[in-house]
Design a protein around this ligand. Structure first.
Ligand code: IMP
Length: 185
């Protein structure tokens, strides 16, 4: 184990998922929460947002820390809500988004996550993506955000109906595994 590592986020759902993934895949590397209330920059790039946020987090904390910026990109909406996913979830919610897709046959979408890790010397970037489709209506009560309307590719239930699917396919899971394998080197 190289050192104590912190996840800077104001989103308790993201931290809960990351803690579980660290617990299962990085035994002996405990994950700490840095409660981080940061005003993100506006950009169409998850990486640009994550890079800026991690420098701010490291400047405040002074320890090895990572942030994760993520979003849902819907093909029929030219990638909307993308990097604005948190804001759109708050304003429109899943029902509002489903309305935008009413009678739209192309339901393809993907979740993307970008982790930026800063150890005081360098910033490293790790990406994760999960392809899938947007359901016709909300299903399930697990997870958070867009989980009730997102069906990962090859499955028939939403993430919210079968939360175990997140530990198999999710954008967060994939980007965290990439970070963990880097930290283990
Ligand atoms: P941000 O990374 O803080 O900008 O927020 C990303 C937003 O995307 C979250 O607030 C959710 O609305 C959505 N999102 C990101 N990851 C997930 C996920 O795993 N499930 C459902 N929604 C997600």
């Amino acid at each position: 184990m190289p050192y104590e590592i912190y996840f800077a986020t104001g989103n308790p759902d993201k931290f809960r998922e990351a803690k579980e993934i660290f617990g299962k895949n990085a035994a002996g590397m405990p994950l700490n929460h840095f409660q981080f209330a940061h005003r993100e920059i506006r950009s169409d790039s998850l990486e640009e947002i994550a890079r800026e946020a991690v420098s701010a987090a490291h400047a405040q904390l002074g320890r090895p820390v990572f942030v994760e910026d993520s979003g849902l990109f819907i093909d029929a909406l030219n990638g909307f809500p993308g990097t604005y996913s948190a804001w759109v979830q708050g304003k429109l919610g899943n029902r509002g988004l489903l309305k935008l897709l009413e009678s739209e046959p192309d339901r393809a979408a993907r979740f993307e996550a970008c982790i930026a890790f800063n150890d005081g010397k360098t910033t490293r970037i790790f990406h994760g993506a999960c392809n899938g489709t947007i359901a016709e209506k909300e299903h399930g009560r697990g997870g958070f955000g867009y989980d009730p309307i997102f069906v990962p590719k090859g499955e028939s239930s939403t993430f919210a109906e079968n939360i175990e699917l997140k530990n198999k396919y999710s954008h967060r899971y994939k980007s965290l595994l990439a970070l963990i394998s880097y930290l283990k080197i």
